[in-house]
Design a protein. Structure first.
Lengths: 218, 251
């Protein structure tokens, strides 16, 4: 028998998953807009963020209502707290994708200082990690979640590599400064998206096993 | 319809003492309304006004009115027996008849004029299924209801109540004598039943009120202090007294 609590948790879960799909779409389109200099697509990403904001509020309200009216315990309680935190991470991911789209608009028309290779690679990695962390969540697969956490290093390394490369571009030619700084900002946004994704994977582990793996290597 | 039940300026006296004072409260159909408040606040008195159970207590009187589907239930021509058929009641202590499980439900049906054996069997089965009791008792329908556990007896009383198809179910502390598992079953049942009925539940257990109800009304010393959607009452009550009560500062 499915309890009313389980039904309500399932309804929130589908909203959280909907939010993750929107966040993935935002990252993908934002980077695409940057790659192609497509300001129209960038505008769409910015507009789409309001849907993520709306979902964030709905999910928060639903979780608080469940906490107060259903008084979940044990894994149900961990699930609600996980939703509350993941919700914030996804909303922030949406904001960061918006920042990338704004950069596309700011760089409007200017030729890229270099062909974008590593930035789309970073974005693809972020998207894969988000998908994997949600798969870990729904399949209660801790190994999968731990793999996501491990892969954050790859993103950090790509970020540093992009930094180094762009610094040398700026040193070579000060006219590259504005664009290079823009790309650094984009890279940083993707690096932050990786961090939020790691948080999601950590929340999945907390939900599945009740273990807090944050700051394990601190 | 917007309202199933509406109390208007309802005051109820035991002798000279007003147990509830000037209550105005509307209850929507197919919702669960929880009445909470400290002992003696009048919540049970209010509940018992809805099917005029208080009529049988001597030296009491009512001012104001209660409307069910816009009909005044205190009107002198109102059919009180019909009212109690429309408004079922479940008490704190389960009170099955000292008869078989089957007869506990069939009895009320016969009184209500249902005599066809197959109809009765069918309604008994449906009622027991709706209260999630069928699986537990189907092989011993002829056995005494008194042999059931407390939780099963209470669900049997609910089955007996819904068998005669009331529109409203009043529940006075229906789970306070039950263990947590039985309580959980009753609470799940309440939420299943609201699809077909309007339910009013009196409970001392605030967490239970939060779990089962759509709306919560807070009573204090005979007055209705605040009524609102349950999640609002338990997250941001408007009245300080409500806040103090639900946070355990008094009561």
């Amino acid at each position: 028998m499915i309890t009313h609590l389980e039904q309500e948790l399932e309804a929130v879960k589908s909203k959280v998953f909907e939010m993750s799909d929107l966040a993935i779409e935002a990252i993908s389109k934002a980077v695409e807009s940057m790659k192609k200099g497509d300001t129209k697509l960038a505008e769409k990403v910015i507009q789409g963020d309001t849907e993520l904001d709306r979902l964030e509020i709905t999910i928060d309200e639903e979780c608080i209502r469940i906490l107060v009216t259903k008084q979940p315990a044990a894994k149900d309680l961990r699930l609600v707290t996980a939703f509350l935190k993941i919700n914030t991470d996804l909303e922030r991911i949406g904001d960061l994708a918006t920042n990338i789209a704004k950069e596309t608009i700011r760089l409007n028309g200017k030729p890229p200082v270099k062909p974008l290779i590593d930035i789309p690679r970073m974005a693809a990695l972020c998207i894969e990690m988000i998908k994997e962390s949600f798969l870990a969540f729904s399949e209660r697969d801790v190994t999968r979640a731990r793999n996501v956490i491990g892969r954050d290093k790859e993103i950090d390394e790509l970020n540093l590599q992009i930094y180094r490369e762009l610094f040398s571009y700026m040193a070579e030619n000060p006219h590259n400064m504005s664009q290079s700084l823009g790309l650094i900002m984009v890279s940083k946004a993707l690096e932050r998206i990786g961090d939020h994704t790691t948080n999601i994977a950590e929340r999945a582990i907390y939900y599945i096993e009740g273990i807090d793996v944050r700051h394990e290597d601190a | 319809m917007e309202e199933k039940i509406r109390a208007e300026n309802l005051t109820f006296y035991y002798g000279d003492n007003a147990a509830i004072k000037n209550i105005n409260l509307a209850i929507k159909p197919n919702t669960v309304m929880a009445l909470i408040g400290p002992s003696g606040c009048g919540k049970s008195t209010f509940l018992r006004c809805i099917n005029r159970m208080n009529d049988i207590i001597p030296n009491t009187r009512v001012e104001g009115d209660i409307y069910i589907d816009s009909d005044s239930i205190f009107h002198y021509k109102y059919d009180v027996t019909g009212l109690r058929r429309r408004v079922g009641m479940v008490f704190q202590k389960s009170n099955p008849f000292p008869k078989s499980i089957f007869e506990n439900i069939a009895y009320g049906l016969r009184i209500n004029g249902i005599t066809n054996k197959y109809d009765i069997e069918s309604i008994v089965e449906q009622s027991l299924k709706r209260t999630a009791l069928w699986g537990e008792v189907k092989d011993r329908l002829g056995k005494s209801a008194l042999g059931l556990s407390g939780g099963q007896q209470q669900r049997l009383c609910i089955a007996r109540t819904i068998a005669v198809q009331p529109e409203i179910i009043l529940m006075d502390e229906p789970a306070s004598a039950l263990d947590p598992i039985s309580t959980q079953k009753i609470e799940e049942l309440i939420q299943d039943l609201k699809v077909n009925y309007t339910i009013i539940i009196v409970t001392h257990n605030m967490q239970q009120a939060a779990r089962v109800s759509d709306y919560t009304a807070f009573f204090y010393i005979g007055e209705l202090i605040e009524v609102n959607r349950t999640e609002v009452i338990f997250t941001k009550p408007e009245n300080e007294m409500t806040e103090n009560y639900i946070t355990g500062k008094f009561g």
